[in-house]
Structure formats: structure tokens, C-alpha cells
Design a protein around this ligand. Structure first.
Ligand code: UT7
Length: 323
């Protein structure tokens, strides 16, 4: 039985840090409001000329080094992003070229804040079906480029960044004690389009557009759907909430993360939270959080991880991974 086993991870954040106090100098907001409502203290913002592919490349190089795998060994890159460098080709192909990888396939997936879980599920399926053996799964975003900086209700919430993991096909017994991706669950509900979207695109307006969100509505869906999809993916693999070593959620809002943890009955010390320092980095948020908790020694080989995310679409999903 083939499993997709994580070999290593990496992350990259742009150098420029923008604090809540910095934002309060430019608009009618405050550090107190942002921290109380979201838990965010700061975000990283890409420099002029620094694109999603640049962030993705740096996170990928780190992940390959951590994994001890050469770019020439890769035969798949799946890059989750809602902020590609260009409308086409896929930003993944830019990363492919920069890494010097000349074989296999590289493409993007678009599921906004659920993008990393979607990308991981796609890569896992291709590996299990024998279409790839060594894959880089990246979440990378420059959301600062699609924010309406006049809308204080959204622009304070997001940041830029990238994270990546390397997966490799390994033959094994296929038991739940073996390492690897154990189960995935993906969902979307296109009826919820209007509560979170970008008001432009190549086919509709021929512009890039800006992010629009009804935050309260998204919030309600987030807590309910997250708890449900976590239950679903656990059941698929024959586990219960108590078996989870680490919940690594999409980092949109500390209140959503706390609400989901409470609904699941998970103690806060088993939940990885990085939203305070990265803000919401959409598809990058889960691999960024993963990287922090792996590198600071909290997540160890053999731990059971639950990754979950929700965003525009609405699209949401979860993956259960034996690290
Ligand atoms: O990753 C994709 C998924 N996205 C999410 O998960 C986001 C989900 N939603 C949320 O996280 C929250 O709904 C927000 C953080 C976006 C907003 O929190 P809220 O508690 O729902 O606040 P609100 O939108 O109801 O706004 C409350 C008040 C309003 O003033 P009034 O009408 O009560 O006088 C807003 O105008 O806060 C005001 N407000 C602000 N005040 C200071 C909105 N934005 C700001 C701001 N600074 N930046």
C-alpha cells in the first residue's frame, strides 16, 4: 500500500512587518480592536517586485533542504494560491523553472484559504494513483495586492507569506500507526459566493479586483463547517478527537480557532496558533503554522495532525496526517 509521507517542511515571510499600530496611523482602527476581534498583532507584506512565486520558491528551497531531497527528485509541484503572479501560466511552473526541475508536472489549485488542504489532497491522490512519487505542496499568497486598503473591515486581517511540504511515496503496511496522509475531506458550497469573493477577474472585468467579505457571515459558517469536517476526516480514518496530537488550523481569526477547538473539546495547548504574527495568509497559513510548530519542536515524528481550512467559495476541507 502506497502512502504519501511528509519528508520535510519550509516557510518564508517577507521582510517587511506591519504592526497594528502602523495601520492605526493610516486608518481609523486600533491595535486594541484588531487584537480583541482577531488575535492579530502584525502581518508581513511583500516588497514591490516580490511576487507569490518568489515567496513560494524560498519556502520550497527550505522544505527541500529540511527533507534532504533534491529538486531533481521532484516529479510534482502543486501550488495553492488565489494570488498568482499572472493569470496564466500557473505560478507553480515559475517555481518549477527556478528550482531547475525539468520533469513531471507543476500546476496551481485555487481554493483560497482551503487551498493548502486541497493541494495536499490532490498531491496525495496523484501519489496513491502512481502518477507522482515525490511532490512539493506549496501554499503561497500576496494577499496585500488584492486588499481594498480603504476598507478597514478587511485590510487589517490579511498578510503575505508561503509555506511548503515535501511528500514522498512510501510502501508500507498502511496501518493508522504508519506515517503519511491518512485521510482527506473536501467540500464547497458555491451558493455562499457573495460573502467572500474578489470583485474582478480576467473573464468578468478584465481587472484583478479587490477582496470583499461579510465577515460575520463567514465567521458563522467557519466554526460550524470546521468542526463538522474535522469529525468527518477523523471518522474516515477510525480516530476520535482525543487521538489528535495537534490541530493545525487555517489562521484567520483566533476566535474562530478557539471556537472550533471548544466545539471539538480540544485543549488549547494542542492547537497551533500563529495568526498573531502572520495574520491571515490564506493558502499559506496552514503550512506556515506547521513550520513554526515543527521547527520549535512541538510537532514530532509520529504525531497525529489535523489540518483544516475554510475560505472563499465557500470551500473547506481537512487532512489527517501522521507526521
Ligand atoms: O480566511 C477566510 C475566512 N475569513 C474569515 O474567517 C473571517 C471571518 N470573520 C471575522 O473574522 C470577523 O467577522 C471580523 C474580524 C472580520 C469582524 O469581527 P466582528 O466581530 O464580526 O465585527 P463586525 O464586522 O461586526 O464589526 C464590529 C464593529 C463595526 O462597527 P459598528 O457598526 O458596530 O459601529 C465595524 O464598523 O467594528 C467596526 N470595525 C472596525 N473598527 C476598528 C470593523 N473593522 C474595524 C477596524 N477597526 N479594522
Amino acid at each position: 500500500m502506497i502512502r504519501s509521507v511528509v519528508q520535510g517542511c519550509g516557510a518564508y515571510l517577507p521582510e517587511r512587518v506591519v504592526t497594528n499600530a502602523d495601520l492605526a496611523k493610516k486608518m481609523d482602527t486600533s491595535d486594541e480592536w484588531i487584537q480583541q476581534r482577531t488575535g492579530i498583532r502584525q502581518r508581513h507584506i511583500a516588497a514591490d517586485g516580490e511576487f507569490t512565486s518568489h515567496l513560494a520558491l524560498k519556502a520550497s528551497e527550505q522544505a527541500l533542504t529540511h527533507a534532504g531531497i533534491k529538486a531533481s527528485d521532484l516529479d510534482l509541484i502543486v501550488l495553492a494560491t488565489a494570488t498568482p503572479d499572472e493569470t496564466f501560466p500557473a505560478t507553480a511552473t515559475r517555481v518549477q523553472a527556478e528550482l531547475g526541475m525539468t520533469r513531471g508536472a507543476a500546476f496551481d489549485v485555487q481554493a483560497v484559504c482551503a487551498g493548502f488542504v486541497y493541494g495536499l489532497s490532490v498531491a496525495d491522490s496523484l501519489i496513491k494513483n502512481g502518477l507522482a512519487s515525490t511532490a512539493l505542496v506549496i501554499g503561497a499568497e500576496t494577499f496585500s495586492r488584492i486588499l481594498d486598503w480603504e476598507d478597514r473591515g478587511t485590510c487589517v486581517l490579511f498578510g503575505d507569506g508561503a509555506g511548503a511540504v515535501v511528500l514522498r511515496a512510501e510502501e508500507g503496511m498502511g496501518t493508522s500507526a504508519d506515517r503519511g496522509v491518512l485521510a482527506n475531506a473536501l467540500h464547497s458550497d458555491g451558493r455562499q459566493h457573495d460573502i467572500l469573493y474578489v470583485d474582478g477577474g480576467p473573464s468578468s472585468t478584465r481587472t484583478t479586483g479587490l477582496l470583499r467579505m461579510e465577515g460575520k457571515e463567514v465567521f458563522k459558517h467557519a466554526v460550524v463547517n470546521m468542526a463538522a469536517v474535522v469529525g468527518e476526516v477523523l471518522a474516515k480514518a477510525g480516530f476520535e478527537t482525543g487521538d489528535i496530537d495537534w490541530l493545525v488550523p487555517h489562521q484567520a481569526n483566533k476566535r474562530i480557532i478557539d471556537g472550533t477547538g471548544r466545539k471539538l473539546g480540544l485543549p488549547p495547548e494542542r492547537v497551533v496558533v500563529t495568526v498573531d504574527r502572520h495574520a491571515n495568509t490564506s493558502a499559506a497559513s496552514i503550512p506556515l503554522a506547521l513550520d513554526v510548530a515543527v521547527k520549535d519542536g512541538r510537532i514530532k515524528k509520529g504525531d497525529l495532525l489535523l489540518l483544516e481550512g475554510i475560505g472563499g467559495g465557500l470551500a473547506w476541507g481537512a487532512s489527517l496526517v501522521r507526521w
